[in-house]
Unconditional design. Sequence first.
Length: 181
Amino acid sequence: MSIEIQERRLFRPLAVPSVPPTQPPLWTPEPRKPVTPPAPKHRRLALAFTVALVEALAGERSTTQLLQWCPLQLLDVVRKLAASPATRGLKVVNVTHQEPGDEALEIAATVNLRGRAGVLALRLSRATGQWQCTRFEFAIGSRRISASSFGMVRSTRSRIGAAAPARRPYQAAPSIRTAAA
C-alpha cells in the first residue's frame, strides 16, 4: 500500500511579464566626482612644519627656526612651552591635513608624551605668498593650550576628578510658592 502525499500550495506563483518597462526610471544616480587628494607639496609642508614645531616644543630644535612660519606672539608661546620640562620627549605619531580654501591649510597631529596621547591642531594661512601659523592648539591629558596670531593665549585645565562646588538646595521662586502651608 502506497501513500500518496499531495502537495498543496497556499499561494500560486505570480506570473511576471518579461517585457521591459516603457517608462524611464524615476531616479538615476549622478556619477560621483573623483576625489582629488591634497597637493603633495602641501602634504610635505604640513609634515615639515608639524615635525619642526613638535621638535621645538620638545627642546630638540631651536625656536628661531620657526620664525619664517610663526608670528612673534605664537613664537613666545612655543618658547615658554619649550622651556618647560613638561614637554620633553614629545614625539609626532600621525599628521593629517586638509585644505578648506586656496589660502589655508589645517593640520591635525597626534603626539605622544611619555606614553600619553595628545593632539595638536594648527592652521596655516598664506599671506603675501608666505605661509604663517595663525592658530595653534595643543592638548595632552587634562591640559589644553590655545593661541592665535591675534595675541590670545588661553591655558585651561579641566576639573575632572575635582570636588564639585557645594550647591544650595533648590528654592522655588516666590511667585510659584503656594499659600496653603
